[in-house]
Design a protein around this ligand. Structure first.
Ligand code: BTN
Length: 250
């Protein structure tokens, strides 16, 4: 049995989980909150946490992998989460690089992975994997600026879900996927990620490794987990892990 800390309310389950990890909490320990007052998203964004209607959890993992492999954990998590979203809702779930969970072209969830300081002893290293999923929320639960881009399990399937059950499925699948990652490597998991690639073949614009804006067709992530684009001249560009967006037109 993996320990779970159930909280009625907290600022951010990732913050609590990091504290627990620093104190030595074991692999698989999770923090689950009914609401967050300061939910964190990637790139310093806020994660809107509608009270009682979403899954807000953080899972501490200590996988037996090299430090370079930590960068791939978010993609591994995406594969696990998408499988469960699909199993639970019966709807096709897609992944938008690097961390977005999509249903019907809209975001229903996101992943925020935060790792231990790199100088740590191998045995003490950890990652905190924060997962937010919009589950029983309706359109009016979202702030106006998210209403055209966000969705929930309920909005796509009409069903109501028990959040703790979804949590247990997500946690178990994540630990299975991570175990496969540490024992047999990334290739098969990456292939499963590619089958759900929301951006593949679409025109996009993002910031390239050189800091310039790149426009091109999304080719998907490479074996390191980095997204690549091919521009109009056929040149391929790796993309920084910043904001990636679909281009309005070619
Ligand atoms: C994103 O899409 O930008 C990532 C969102 C991650 C949100 C989850 S909710 C549970 C955990 N605690 C946080 O503060 N953030 C993550």
């Amino acid at each position: 049995m993996y320990p779970v800390h159930f909280l009625e309310s907290t600022d951010s389950t990732n913050r609590i989980a990091k504290e627990l990890a620093e104190k030595g909490a074991p692999h698989g320990t999770a923090v689950l909150a009914a609401m967050q007052t300061g939910g964190r998203g990637r790139l310093g964004k806020v994660w809107e946490s509608v009270p009682g209607k979403g899954l807000y959890c953080s899972i501490i993992v200590r996988p037996e992998i090299d430090i370079e492999n930590y960068a791939r954990i978010t993609l591994v998590t995406g594969v696990a989460v998408a499988k469960i979203v699909e199993e639970v809702t019966g709807k096709r779930c897609m992944l938008k690089w690097p961390n977005d969970i999509y249903l019907k072209g809209r975001k229903c969830g996101g992943i925020l992975t935060e790792s231990s300081p790199v100088m740590m002893d191998n045995q003490e290293m950890y990652a905190v994997i924060g997962i937010g999923l919009n589950i029983n929320s309706s359109d009016e639960d979202f702030p106006a600026e998210l209403r055209t881009t966000a969705t929930s399990f309920f909005m796509e399937s009409g069903g109501n879900y028990t959040i703790r059950e979804v949590f247990a499925k997500v946690r178990d699948q994540l630990l299975i996927e991570l175990d496969e990652f540490s024992t047999t490597g990334f290739t098969a998991i990456l292939n499963r990620w590619r089958k759900r690639d929301y951006l593949l073949g679409q025109w996009m614009e993002c910031v390239g490794y050189d800091g310039n804006i790149v426009r091109g067709i999304a080719l998907g992530p490479d074996s390191e987990g980095r997204l690549f684009l091919r521009d109009e001249d056929g040149v391929e560009h790796g993309v920084l892990s910043g904001d990636v967006r679909l281009a309005k037109s070619r």
